[in-house]
Design a protein around this ligand. Structure first.
Ligand code: PLP
Length: 352
């Protein structure tokens, strides 16, 4: 049962869709569902507004909190499509299990998401490269400060129209001191705290003139893991290389989609550990053709400089390179310009 309380008048007319700051403008409605006494209650869709909470809110103290990031796209025929939403649903529950939170029922996530996007479908922008960014999240909402798992939890979804994400090119520094995640830890989850822990090292790298960190393993910083908050791909010679998934790496949906796409193009793709030394050697000897981050926000984010301990290597940015070809191919599937051969799009039928 979804309980819908509509906003009396839309705020859409006050929004300048030509100039959208990322994640600061929210659509008319939000979804909330509470877990109390071991049970999920009704899904409520209501006007987007501030909520009241006590300062003893569990999530603020102990960080039982995880989120998802996904998008709804305006299609060429005017329709609206979600890209692989069940992957986000499954991943949120993977995060929930590791963070000792109750799993969100499929009904609540999938039906709730669809209904919310349907109600706010006018908020899915039409300009090229734009989308409605969707943020489902789950957090502990008991009011006590005893250091044990929460008893109450809240699942919510808010949405935000976003402009074309011009990430530009990125300069990454191979991290030699900090770690984003460790074996046995929570690096494979989209735990809020993973981001909290990454901001400081990222700012240090930015102060040194870089855009992002190329994260390395926790043990001795020998293996490449991720680029900022994206998975990372290298084209070395004619082979595409990305680190294999582990409990230290977030299983990106963009990563998975790009691997599928490349394999369908008969490219050689390897999910195999990449050492810092190997990357450096391939950059030094001209084998490294291309490097890019992969994630929902920018899809593909070209890396043009890699900074090692004592030396930087530049990579030429090629407009006709694989990074841009991949970005276009995924964009065409999302807009309906090319066939959806893997059934990735969930198109919302019967919108008004
Ligand atoms: C969200 C995220 C990604 C990318 O995942 P997508 O599903 O492709 O958006 C990669 N790495 C980290 C650490 C992330 O949090």
């Amino acid at each position: 049962m979804i309980d819908v309380q509509r906003k009396p008048a839309t705020s859409i007319d006050a929004v300048d869709f030509k100039d959208l700051p990322f994640g600061k403008v929210f659509s008319d409605h939000m979804l909330v569902c509470d877990y109390v006494d071991g049970q999920w209650g009704d899904v409520r869709i209501m006007p987007y507004e501030d909520v009241k909470f006590p300062l003893s809110l569990h999530a603020l103290h102990y960080g039982q909190a995880a989120f998802e990031g996904m998008k709804a796209y305006r299609m060429l025929d005017g329709g609206v499509g979600l890209f692989r939403p069940e992957m986000n649903f499954q991943r949120l529950n993977k995060s929930a299990r590791r963070l000792c939170m109750p799993e969100v029922p499929e009904e609540v996530f999938m039906k709730g998401l669809e209904e919310l996007v349907r109600i706010d479908s006018k908020w899915v922008p039409k300009e090229e490269g734009t989308s409605l960014y969707i943020r489902p999240f789950l957090f502990s909402s008991s009011s006590f400060i005893a250091a044990r798992p929460s008893e109450k939890y809240t699942f919510a979804i808010i949405t935000s129209p976003v402009g074309p994400y011009y990430s530009g090119t990125v300069k990454v520094r191979v991290e030699q001191e900090y770690t984003r995640s460790a074996a046995g830890g929570i690096g494979f989850t989209k735990a809020a705290g993973n981001y909290g822990g990454a901001f400081f090292p990222t700012r240090e790298a930015q102060n040194a003139g870089y855009t992002q960190i190329l994260w390395t393993d926790h043990r001795d910083h020998r293996f490449i893991e991720e680029s900022g908050t994206m998975n990372v791909m290298f084209r070395i010679g004619n082979t595409f290389r990305t680190p294999p998934l582990s409990d230290r790496i977030l299983a990106g949906i963009t990563r998975d989609s790009i691997l599928t796409l490349l394999r369908s193009w008969n490219e050689v793709v390897e999910e195999r550990p990449i050492t810092v030394d190997e990357l450096r050697y391939s950059a030094e000897h001209g084998y490294l053709q291309e490097a890019f981050g992969m994630g929902t926000a920018a899809v593909v984010s070209p890396i043009t400089t890699i900074g090692f301990k004592d030396k930087e290597y530049d990579l030429a940015y090629d407009e006709a390179g694989y990074g841009q070809r991949i970005k276009k191919a995924l964009g065409d599937i999302r807009s309906g310009a090319s066939p959806d051969r893997w059934g990735w799009m969930q198109v919302l039928e019967g919108l008004d």
